[in-house]
Design a binder for this molecule. Structure first.
Ligand code: T6T
Length: 373
């Protein structure tokens, strides 16, 4: 098949160094970093957070479920300039109504227009594999050429996705992954492990004397948030001035996250920092801290940068946000699907970057998520 392709060059210094003390960049070993993530977004919390941007480029096997990988030596990702025909692509979000996936959808739709393919976006209204599987089944029955999907569980979505690939549909995993992604033509995701470590570094900058720290996550079995927890936990345990109180799961429900935080603050009134591993965990954590009247004592670092998180940052209920690049994940994911369909060279694993947003750079950041395209 005839295909027109370009090489997207990724700069040698694709993984930027953190700006503030204590924050370090990640230099993954087996993943290609995305060109869009090659810049440093200087961020600086009052004294704490830094900013970090990495990004996609390639090289490792899609079979590796690792959340980190990549190279900082520079590389090139082949990208298509046009599809050879109007392919039918389905994008299945982790959950509908989430600013992260809405921003990803915007990236996918813009790129679909540029490439000349048709995209249909679907999703369940909860981040739940029992609800996502029927959405996938219906999509497979409609016989698209490719599916871009954020699987909601590393185990439960494994077999349904492997059988969709066996049916001849090109599968690209965007954001999350599964235990054995070897059926996928590509995986595109943030450096979630590195993001978890950066979140700890930000808390350390905000609470330099150390103390008790807690993580509020979503559910076990989600590749992204599990990696963020691990990155944070490893860093917290390696620092003797901090006491790691463990992780609690909010099931992607802000009200549950708020209850967990107020209960945790009753048990341990001297908590100094909370890392919330996604948008809804951050929203609920901020509410819980306010309800407990501990806004001035407890520093909150949240993953994701939706409009509500930006407001919370400006209001001072959250001190730092780890902003991903969902639009780039979507663009890269669609490029990979089209390359696979047109017989081009795909990149098995692409890592996109992140930046740290604080009140000091919130007015100039370009990394806030969208509520609509
Ligand atoms: O943090 C993102 C995404 O990366 C994660 O996999 C699930 O939660 C979000 O969609 C934010 O709500």
């Amino acid at each position: 098949m005839k295909r027109s392709s370009l090489l997207r060059v990724v700069g040698g210094a694709s993984v930027a160094l953190l700006v503030l003390a204590g924050c370090s960049s990640t230099k993954p070993e087996d993943t290609t970093t995305s060109a869009a993530a090659g810049t440093t977004t200087a961020a600086a919390a009052s004294s704490a957070a830094g900013s970090e941007t990495g990004s996609s480029a390639a090289g490792s096997s899609a079979a590796s479920g690792s959340e980190t990988g990549g190279s900082d030596t520079g590389s090139a990702i082949p990208t298509p300039s046009k599809a050879s025909k109007d392919y039918k692509v389905t994008f299945i979000q982790g959950v509908t109504g989430d600013n992260f996936y809405i921003t990803m959808q915007c990236g996918i739709e813009a790129q679909a227009k540029a490439l000349g393919v048709t995209v249909d976006t679907q999703g369940a209204n909860k981040f739940d594999p029992t609800l996502q599987k029927p959405v996938l089944d219906a999509a497979v029955a409609s016989k698209p050429d490719a599916i871009l999907i954020a699987p909601t569980d590393v185990k439960a979505m494994q077999a349904p996705l492997a059988s969709a690939a066996a049916a001849g549909i090109k599968i690209v995993l965007v954001d999350t992954t599964v235990n054995d992604p070897s059926f996928a033509v590509s995986q595109v995701a943030s450096d979630n492990l590195g993001g978890g470590k950066a979140a700890f570094d930000a808390i350390k900058g905000l609470a330099p004397n150390g103390g008790k720290v807690l993580v509020i996550s979503v559910d076990p079995g989600i590749s992204t948030t599990d990696a963020r927890v691990k990155g944070f936990e490893d860093a917290a345990k390696a620092d003797s001035s901090f006491e790691y109180l463990g992780v609690q799961y909010s099931h992607n429900d802000p009200a549950t996250a708020a209850q967990l935080v107020t209960a945790a603050l009753q048990k341990d009134p001297d908590i100094v920092g909370i890392f919330a591993t996604n948008l809804f965990a951050a929203e609920g954590s901020a509410t819980g801290i306010q309800q407990a009247g501990k806004k001035d004592q407890v520093k909150v670092v949240g993953f994701d940068a939706g409009p509500d998180q930006i407001t919370a940052l400006k209001d001072g209920t959250v001190q730092a946000l780890v902003a991903q690049q969902p639009g780039t994940i979507g663009t890269d994911g669609l490029n990979q699907a089209v390359l696979a369909l047109d017989g081009g060279q795909t990149t098995p694993k692409i890592q996109t970057g992140f930046s740290i947003i604080t009140k000091d750079n919130v007015d100039t950041t370009q990394d806030a998520y969208k509520a609509a395209c």
